[in-house]
Ligand binder design. Structure first.
Ligand SMILES: *Cc1c(COP(=O)(O)O)cnc(C)c1O
Length: 374
């Protein structure tokens, strides 16, 4: 098969758009050696808080640290259980394990592959402390159904909003729906830095102060240490990029939505390709465009060979990874998430993806799903 290359993700076009804004600020920062914290970090935190509609944004080092800080601020500690979906990026669980808490995994629903609200209640024990819906692939998890369960059982709702910058549901914007939310600005996210970065969101002023303290070695006044914290600060170089990209986020997310609609049309009648659906009331920001196909590994290999960038998010659900073998989960416990892991395929998706590139992808995928080799 002869095709032109379609990358899975092209960040260079984003960098080109913001270069004129970012480079002069970077030059000033370099000259003045103002690298950690400072006015760009403060301004970004204010602007992002306004964008999300939360009282406080604490800019931090990355999404995993953001989750750990949110868990700690929520009072999650050693031996506490944190309920989360089986298909997420491992960081959702890792951040809990790092503080001695225990991730408790539940299945997802087959339609949207998001945390199944019906599975939450059965997972609650006397040790449960928090519930973590993950707004996976760019759309908001059913928080309106999960929040009442959290409330009834006196559990803290913490959103993993790493894949959902700008997404919303009928209940409001992702990142503003729980007591805490954590997000990642890893370069490939919808709002990405030029390296690692993240943020914690909350309306609780006291908790915001604690998170800020914990993220700076447990210190609010230099060399006065109130807590055993961590080094998880956001630096000025990243905040500068994030400010410039935040101004374009809605435009870029709209471009992703248009691209998703186009994929939907191009692939609507293709046998063997199941296109993703959007939960009613959700505004999806399409961090990833995930189809389900039969013979996924063959289709994926042939797409790659044809120069089309594809991925799997994620090939092994977190409870069945080697890292979590000690928790003793077994295949068969998460029927929906496990079945999905065997057939999901993420197609190229980024704001600057062109119609021609999408036609290329769809044509190739259509041809490949027609050729069944047994
Ligand atoms: C990216 C991501 C994280 C972790 O963010 P890092 O900045 O890479 O530490 C956490 N959860 C989800 C769902 C993610 O996609």
């Amino acid at each position: 098969m002869n095709t032109t290359n379609v990358p899975f993700l092209d960040l260079v076009a984003q960098q080109d758009e913001i270069a004129d804004e970012v480079l002069p600020v970077w030059q000033r920062q370099f000259a003045s050696a103002g690298f950690v914290g400072g006015p760009e970090v403060d301004a970004f935190e204010r602007e992002y808080a306004e964008y999300i509609g939360v009282g406080h944004v604490i800019g931090v080092s990355n999404g995993t640290d953001a989750l750990e800080l949110a868990y700690r601020a929520a009072g999650v500690g050693p031996g506490d259980e944190v309920i989360m979906p089986a298909n997420t990026f491992i960081a959702t669980a890792e951040a809990a394990s790092r503080i001695g808490a225990v991730p408790v995994f539940i299945d997802v629903d087959d339609e949207y592959l998001l945390m199944d609200p019906d599975a939450v209640e059965a997972a609650i024990t006397l040790r449960t402390r928090a519930i973590v819906p993950v707004h996976l692939f760019g759309q908001t998890a059913p928080v309106e159904q999960i929040a009442p369960i959290a409330e009834k059982n006196d559990l803290v709702l913490i959103e993993d909003a790493a894949q959902s910058q700008g997404a919303s549901s009928a209940a409001g914007r992702a990142g503003s729906l729980g007591r805490f939310a954590a997000t990642s600005f890893y370069p490939g996210k919808n709002l990405g830095a030029a390296g690692d970065a993240g943020a914690v969101m909350t309306d609780d002023s006291g908790a915001a102060a604690l998170i800020r303290n914990l993220a700076a070695h447990g210190s609010s006044v230099k060399y006065v240490h109130d807590n055993i914290g961590m080094n998880a600060r956001l630096d000025a170089v990243q905040a500068t990029v994030l400010r410039a990209k935040l101004r374009r986020l809605d435009t870029w997310n709209a471009a992703r939505r248009a691209a998703a609609a186009r994929y939907g049309e191009l692939l609507a009648d293709v046998d063997g390709v199941r296109t993703p659906s959007v939960r009613p009331g959700n505004k999806d920001v399409w961090h990833l465009y995930v189809v389900r196909v039969a013979e996924r590994d063959r289709v994926m290999a042939e797409l790659s060979a044809a120069g089309i960038g594809v991925g799997i998010h994620y090939p092994t659900i977190v409870p069945l990874t080697e890292a979590y073998a000690s928790l003793g989960y077994r295949p068969g416990q998460f029927p929906v998430a496990e079945a999905a892991a065997g057939c999901i395929l993420s197609l190229p998706m980024f704001p600057h993806l062109t119609q021609e590139q999408q036609i290329e992808v769809a044509t190739c995928l259509t041809r490949l799903t027609r050729v069944r080799r047994k």
